[in-house]
Design a binder for this molecule. Structure first.
Ligand code: CMC
Length: 431
């Protein structure tokens, strides 16, 4: 990986320091600064990690300029159209597409772990009914470490494997239970005769009093939403999971940390915020008012579902999601949905606007997912939990990759200190 032809040289304080350069299989070269502090006595400064590779990885590759997203080398649009979520999970976890036998075995293993410990039902009941499902999920997933003691030893590869399967299998059950609890309906046990997405829809929408048939078109759309959110390189929640687990914390605690990070509106919480914004705009004639607010430096309002740290041309996930939204609304016979009209017009106007063009702000994955989820019958508060359950495989794959690396070190960033230098304590009567 080190390119002997290339070295970076840093001049500082009259001396120069040669730094190794690594050439990745794709993407820009990376300068290794690990010995910089020991050799030159300086830190580098990069809040927000805009120019810093925090790790090496073989899982996901993004070219933000070209709008490319690859999982283990496979383009996201091919996976979304030809594959299905559990196959993508296998690919992310183990690095290759499974054979038919491997897939069958993997699906069986996941399916056999979909129920949660019965005692956890009581744990749910400790939450207020009006708790946001993400709040419940942070708590319940963290609490898995109190229920599954036999898969918390991160030094045991078998326990790591069991924890991975448990998390992927139980996350839909937990998300659906958080939803059912919030609306005062009884929990549904998972149904292992249904596929992953259909089972999730069943657990969310079935009630004991009525027969519920999962619409295969909706379960396919659900599955595609899961695929489109499955992994996304070193984003904020994935980096949170990596940092939390670098201390040796158990996987359930680390995934709970990832869920907490995902919840924020700049990250996974954007899907809820975006749909709420579309509802607030309400009609096409009010769009200019909101565009003006987004451009106003004194107004903290942002167009939710627009912009991305890495994609500066288009978000390839948004392309597939938009197509899926059209299909779902068409199939449900609600293609004249007023929210979709607002979304389409907002996108059209924003893309023509100089401000958005200059800042390279394009609709991201969250712009269209909410429209599909709402058409399926989910309340906005369930949008981010659905993102969390889809992203669990990405978090787990990145966690496994990190824990399996013999060179793993605790993550410990340094800082540019701008506070007071040492001073003497002053007794309270003299202050
Ligand atoms: N609406 C209006 N202006 C924006 C927006 C927006 N959505 N996003 C960025 N800008 C402006 C921002 O004000 C700044 O302007 P200036 O340079 O004049 O100060 C400039 O564009 C750069 O913004 P930034 O915050 O420095 O960019 P970032 O890379 O740190 O942030 C982002 C990326 C996704 C957090 C941001 O674009 C944003 O807040 N978008 C809305 C929330 C959203 O949709 N998030 C979902 C991201 S995709 C799913 C996921 O990853 O979870």
């Amino acid at each position: 990986m080190t390119d002997p032809e290339k070295t970076a040289t840093l001049s500082y304080d009259g001396k120069s320091f040669d730094l190794p350069v690594y050439s990745p299989t794709a993407g820009p070269d990376v300068i290794d600064i690990r010995k910089l502090y020991a050799d030159a006595g300086v830190f580098t400064y990069d809040p927000g990690f805009t120019s810093t590779a925090s790790c090496d990885s073989t899982i996901t590759y993004i070219d933000g300029g070209a709008g490319v997203l690859l999982h283990r080398g496979y383009p996201i649009d091919q996976l979304a159209s030809k594959s299905h979520y559990l196959e993508v999970c296998y690919l992310l976890l183990y690095g290759e597409l499974p054979t038919a036998a491997q897939l069958e075995d993997f699906e069986t293993r996941v399916t056999r772990h979909t129920m949660i410990h019965e005692q956890m039902h009581n744990f749910f009941r400790g939450f207020r009914r009006d708790a946001h499902p993400m709040a419940t999920m942070v708590g319940v997933v963290g609490a898995m470490s109190a229920f599954y003691h036999d898969s918390t030893d991160i030094n045991d590869p078998w326990q790591r494997e069991v924890a991975s399967i448990r998390l992927i299998a139980k996350m839909p059950t937990i998300a659906a239970m958080a939803y059912k609890y919030s609306i005062g309906q009884p929990f549904n046990y998972p149904r292992n005769d249904l596929d992953y997405a259909a089972n999730f829809l069943h657990m969310c929408f079935a009630v004991p009093a009525e027969k519920y048939e999962v619409n295969p078109i909706l379960s396919r759309a659900m599955d595609r939403i899961f695929i489109l959110h499955a992994d996304h390189e070193q984003n904020a929640s994935t980096s949170t999971v990596r940092l939390a687990s670098s201390s040796g914390a158990n996987p359930f605690a680390c995934i709970a940390a990832g869920i907490a990070c995902l919840w924020g509106p700049a990250h996974g919480g954007a899907n809820q915020a975006c749909l709420e914004m579309l509802k607030e705009i309400g009609s096409v004639d009010r769009i200019p008012e909101f565009i003006a607010r987004a451009k106003d430096k004194d107004d903290p309002f942002r167009l939710m579902g627009f912009g991305h740290r890495v994609y500066k041309n288009f978000d390839p996930r948004a392309k597939v999601m938009k197509q899926s939204a059209d299909e779902v609304l068409d199939l449900l016979g609600i293609e004249d949905n007023p929210l979709l009209q607002v979304a389409k017009e907002l996108e059209r106007i924003a893309l023509q606007d100089e401000y958005f063009a200059d800042k390279k702000l394009f609709p991201n994955v969250d712009f269209y997912s909410g429209i599909i989820l709402e058409a399926m019958g989910f309340p906005t508060s369930m949008f981010t939990p659905i993102f969390a359950l889809s992203r669990t495989v990405g978090w787990i794959s990145q966690w496994k990759e990190m824990i399996g690396d013999p060179q793993m070190k605790i993550g410990r960033p340094r800082q540019l200190y701008l506070g007071e230098t040492q001073r003497d304590y002053i007794d309270v009567e003299n202050r």
